[in-house]
Write a protein that binds this ligand. Structure first.
Ligand code: NAP
Length: 534
């Protein structure tokens, strides 16, 4: 595996001019050997100028060319093989199985978007209202609507998904598929993984003869280059996955610009799971085991981790608790992605342990290693009264920690749910009868979350056309969009109407003969037929 520790500035691999840093292996807390050089202001400026030059070319690129490019990106990532897995595992502490699964998810995502943009009808969303010169009292002009690429997009990769939400992850593929140049601010926890994937993207860019400014990777440890990117006038949108503090800071920064731009930040979530008594009585063991599995998967480092459980006080609860304690006790200590995330977890769980009204229900196996960023899973309980009175215990503790809140009645449970801010997901564990008796909870959840799950758990986000990975603030900064699935492309498109254009000047998608074979809305009717001019 050859890692250069360099930046990729519009296809050129150059040494950063602003010092260097090392990735840390989370299982040992030791430095990995490659020194990663940090980008200078000038180098970031070069990437921005190249992206701005590439934008008008990419915007007009035929759909088939974009699709072919995305497929080559997937092929090139697949070609990285074992060296990628090795680097990924070293930098994250995740196992080989996870490395392979996340690679597959990333390449499938690229291919899904390729298929989606090749067909084109949905994301271009063509609408044609032909002229009605004789309309009374005033004639109607010919107006033709199509979505076009927004311009250069900056993506901040997530620490917890070094492939699927990073250099060629969900935000990036949505931007490229839309026809936008992409600048990625790599996460300093996994710079080697970022570099390998960036090399794959560069090979695909060369193979398809795309402009060099199509893609840059900025490597830096710290906030300055990220801030520079968000403030740069060339940048037209930002995708971010990470902490509430980080997402909010970048959102505020983007709004402070002379020309504010959208920041699509996906941030913290505690993903409430409501477990009702009959369901707990009927399926105690299954629910307890699935809950603990979901909570501890990937050492709990998922934005859709079930961090909050709401239960009604009932006889079933004690049996359920026994099962949870038993399942948890079998879970080995897990490694966290970096020191900062590990320390935040230890501080968060320690605060809950010291809280006089919060009780530790049980935990996983203790940490035996003295090196590395290992932690133990833990589940706590508190009353609804405590939860409602103390906002500090409602905050996300990123990792394998969950709080079970005991409610005296349906009304109290509804009050607790009403007091939770926006979330990515909400889950109901319910029996057939409870689905009827507690149907009001669905309405309540639908106002709070982007995805409602019945009798499942929130971990395991499917990537598809119907996926919604989003939700009201603070889960995201814009609840109207998803950051996963093909609909994520709409964050990086904007509509343009063409009024009274001659055929020769219209974009291909809007021409009468419908050369792309798109499904278009013509005078209010969806059709794939060409438009016969009167
Ligand atoms: P983070 O601290 O928010 O950092 C994410 C990226 O944003 C990093 O590249 C970081 O830069 C950059 N950044 C953060 N704040 C910034 C600022 N004020 N100005 C400019 N750039 C900024 O997230 P993280 O490192 O991935 O994990 C920390 C916490 O985020 C976790 O403990 C967890 O609570 C949360 N998290 C949430 C999700 C989710 O899916 N919602 C996923 C992962 C983590 P540098 O690192 O280079 O300084």
């Amino acid at each position: 595996m050859v890692l250069s520790g360099k930046q990729c500035i519009a296809g050129d691999w150059v040494k950063g001019d602003e010092g260097h840093f090392y990735a840390i292996e989370p299982t040992t807390a030791k430095k990995l050997p490659t020194a990663y050089s940090c980008a200078s202001v000038t180098q970031v400026e070069q990437a921005l100028c190249a992206a701005a030059s590439a934008a008008p070319i990419l915007r007009k690129l035929p759909l088939a060319n974009i699709a072919n490019f995305l497929e080559t990106c997937a092929d090139e990532i697949e070609q990285l093989g074992e060296p990628l897995f090795l680097c990924y595992c070293q930098e994250t502490g995740y196992g080989l199985g996870r490395a392979k699964a996340e690679t597959q998810r990333t390449t499938q995502q690229l291919r899904l978007f390729a298929q989606y943009v090749r067909e084109g009808s949905e994301h271009l969303d063509v609408r044609i209202d032909t002229a009605e010169p004789d309309r009374k009292p005033s004639p109607r002009p010919d107006i033709r609507f199509v979505n076009q690429a927004i311009g250069p997009v900056v993506v901040f990769g997530a620490s917890n998904f070094p492939l699927a939400y990073s250099v060629a992850g969900g935000d990036s593929v949505a931007a490229l598929a839309a026809g936008c140049p992409l600048i990625v601010k790599g996460h300093p926890s996994h710079p080697g993984t970022c570099e390998l994937v960036a090399q794959a993207l560069c090979r695909a860019i060369c193979a398809h003869g795309l402009p060099a400014g199509t893609f840059s990777l900025i490597v830096d440890e710290g906030f300055e280059r990220g801030r520079q990117l968000v403030l740069a006038p060339q940048v037209k949108a930002v995708g971010f996955t990470g902490s509430l503090a980080g997402g909010r800071a970048l959102f505020d920064l983007a709004n402070s610009r002379e020309e504010p731009i959208p920041v699509f930040a996906e941030m913290g979530s505690i993903n409430p799971v409501v477990m009702l008594p009959q369901r707990l009585t009927e399926c105690t063991q299954e629910v307890a085991k699935d809950y603990v599995d979901s909570l501890t998967l990937g050492t709990g480092q998922f934005c859709v981790n079930p961090g909050l459980v709401l239960v009604l006080k009932s006889e079933a609860l004690q049996t359920f608790y026994r099962q949870v304690i038993q399942s948890l006790a079998e879970v080995e200590a897990g490694v966290m992605l970096n020191q900062r995330i590990c320390q935040a977890y230890l501080a968060g769980t320690s605060a809950l342990r010291q809280h006089s009204e919060v009780h530790s229900l049980g935990g996983g196996q203790p940490v035996v290693r003295e090196d590395g960023y290992y932690v133990r899973a833990e589940v706590f309980t508190a009353s609804a009264k405590t939860f409602l009175a103390d906002v500090s215990i409602r905050e996300e503790i990123f990792g394998p920690c969950s709080l079970i809140v005991e409610c005296e009645s349906k009304q109290v449970l509804e009050r607790v749910l009403s007091n939770i801010p926006g979330q990515l997901t909400g889950t109901l564990q319910v029996s057939e009868q409870e689905m009827v008796d507690y149907v009001s909870l669905i309405d309540l959840l639908s106002q709070k979350v982007g995805r409602i799950i019945i009798n499942g758990f929130p971990t395991g986000v499917e990537v598809g056309p119907s996926t919604v990975h989003g939700g009201p603030y603070p889960a995201t900064t814009d609840a109207r969009f998803t950051s996963v699935g093909t609909a994520a492309i709409f964050r990086f498109l904007r509509p343009v109407a063409h009024q009274n254009f001659p055929q020769s000047l219209l974009p291909t998608a809007l021409k009468n003969e419908n050369p792309l074979g798109l499904r278009r809305c013509v005078n209010g009717v969806y059709t794939c037929e060409p438009l016969v001019s009167a």
